[in-house]
Design a binder for this molecule. Structure first.
Ligand code: ADP
Length: 407
């Protein structure tokens, strides 16, 4: 030791004071044999004060035991390396305070004695900066998390708002669509009224005028004939108005159905009785057989409206001297009413449009009509759990079938 100090003292001093790190040299007994000025200042000692002290003097109490173990195994391996290996290292100042440090270890041998030179840096400032950065990062992360949560919240609020607006928009669109359709309907109604009402009204006017001219008792038969014409034309106009009112109620969702128990024969008789007034020369309606005992639970007015439309069509679209068959077929859970005619039929290529509102087949255009009867019949029946179907062949005739559920 002495030899080392004496012989190399001056050279060591010269070299070590030029270095910015602290230098501490210990022997295998962990005795400090040399320290430079930077190391002395770092640990708070006077020059030479550390010489001869145990290295432990520079290590905080808590770390001493561990350090001794590390030191022994290090001496055995004897390689140059960084001390600590990922652990935080601390130095102990003379005043008892601890500070973080970094140390590189360099073992060497002189005159068969082993020494270790530690190059020590005080990393208090770096550690503080690291800590500040860490804290900054943590607070940043926290803020990001808070922001993300806030954003998520805003996004979900926005989504809800968008959904609400979409819903409102759809409602407005739907009511606009309904309004547009009703407006169309009203326009259509006006033009239809002008066309469809003109002919029957002028017929009614003619008949009424003629009735007034037949004043004699023996003219009763002629008067009856004209009165019948007036009645049938008024019925016809009334049916058109019923259809229009039905559309309006279906469109505005105001249609309310009224179920009641009634004998099927009552409705069938009424419908056929009224239809008789419209019959052409030689046309006849064949009543359905065996319906006297059938009691139905359905909306009576709707069934009447549907059957009236179908029977009136059968009459309208068939020539004179033909028969119209009304049949009733009672099934397990439904009642099927069919109306068959031997009329003009519906052209095959137009059959798929026949339930469309205002649709009228080409071969029917010479007859009066609005193209709404079948459309509303279908809407009503579907609303009430029933169906309407047909088969038809041009120039041979048609069969329309209505099926309503029975309990
Ligand atoms: P409209 O009879 O007032 O035109 P509908 O909705 O009752 O309206 O009928 C639509 C169309 O279906 C008719 O214009 C006609 O072309 C066709 N059609 C309906 N019933 C018959 C039928 N029994 N025979 C032939 N064509 C029919």
């Amino acid at each position: 030791m002495k030899v080392f100090e004496e012989k190399k003292g001056n050279i060591f001093k010269l070299l070590s004071e030029a270095i910015s790190e602290g230098i501490i040299i210990v022997n295998v007994q962990q005795e400090i044999v040399a320290s430079n000025g930077v190391a002395n200042v770092m640990f708070g000692y006077e020059e030479n004060e550390l010489l001869g002290s145990q290295l432990n003097r520079l290590i905080p109490k808590d770390y001493r035991k561990k350090h001794t173990g590390h030191f022994d195994s290090f001496i055995e391996k004897s390689d140059v390396r960084q001390m600590g290996h990922g652990r935080d290292l601390y130095g102990l100042r003379k005043d008892g305070t601890a500070f973080p440090l970094e140390a590189g270890l360099n073992p060497f041998e002189i005159y068969e004695n082993q020494y270790v030179m530690a190059l020590v840096s005080d990393i208090t400032i770096r550690k503080r900066q690291e800590q500040e950065i860490k804290e900054l990062n943590e607070s940043l992360e926290l803020r990001i998390q808070q922001r993300t949560t806030e954003l998520r919240h805003s996004i979900s609020e926005l989504k809800e708002e968008v959904a609400k607006r979409k819903e409102a928009e759809n409602r407005i669109k739907e009511s606009l669509r309904k309004e547009r359709e009703l407006n169309e309907l009203k326009t259509k109604f006006l033009s239809l009224v002008s066309h469809e009402f003109k002919t029957p009204l002028s017929g009614i006017l003619t008949s009424a005028t003629l009735v007034g001219k037949y004043t004699l008792t023996e003219h009763q038969e002629k008067r009856d004939k004209h009165l019948k014409t007036i009645q049938s034309k008024v019925k016809y106009l009334n049916n058109i108005l019923d259809d229009f009112l039905s559309i309006e109620r279906i469109e505005t969702g105001k249609e309310t159905y009224k179920f009641s128990l009634f004998p099927l024969s009552k409705v069938v008789n009424e419908v056929i009785y009224d239809a008789n007034m419209l019959l052409k020369e030689g046309q006849k309606i064949n009543y359905p057989q065996n319906i006297d005992d059938i009691i139905v639970e359905f909306d009576e007015k709707i069934l009447e409206l549907v059957l009236t439309n179908l029977i009136n069509n059968a009459i309208k679209y068939s020539p004179g001297n033909t028969a119209i068959d009304v049949r009733v077929d009672q099934k397990k859970s439904s009642l099927c009413i069919s109306i068959q005619d031997e009329g003009m039929g519906i052209p095959a290529k137009e059959q798929k449009f026949i339930f469309n509102r205002y649709f009228r087949a080409e071969n029917a255009l010479l007859d009066q009509g609005t193209g709404i009867g079948l459309n509303i019949a279908k809407s009503h029946l579907e609303n009430l759990g029933g169906t309407i179907t047909f088969t038809s062949k041009e120039n041979e005739g048609s069969i329309f079938k209505v099926e309503i559920p029975i309990k």
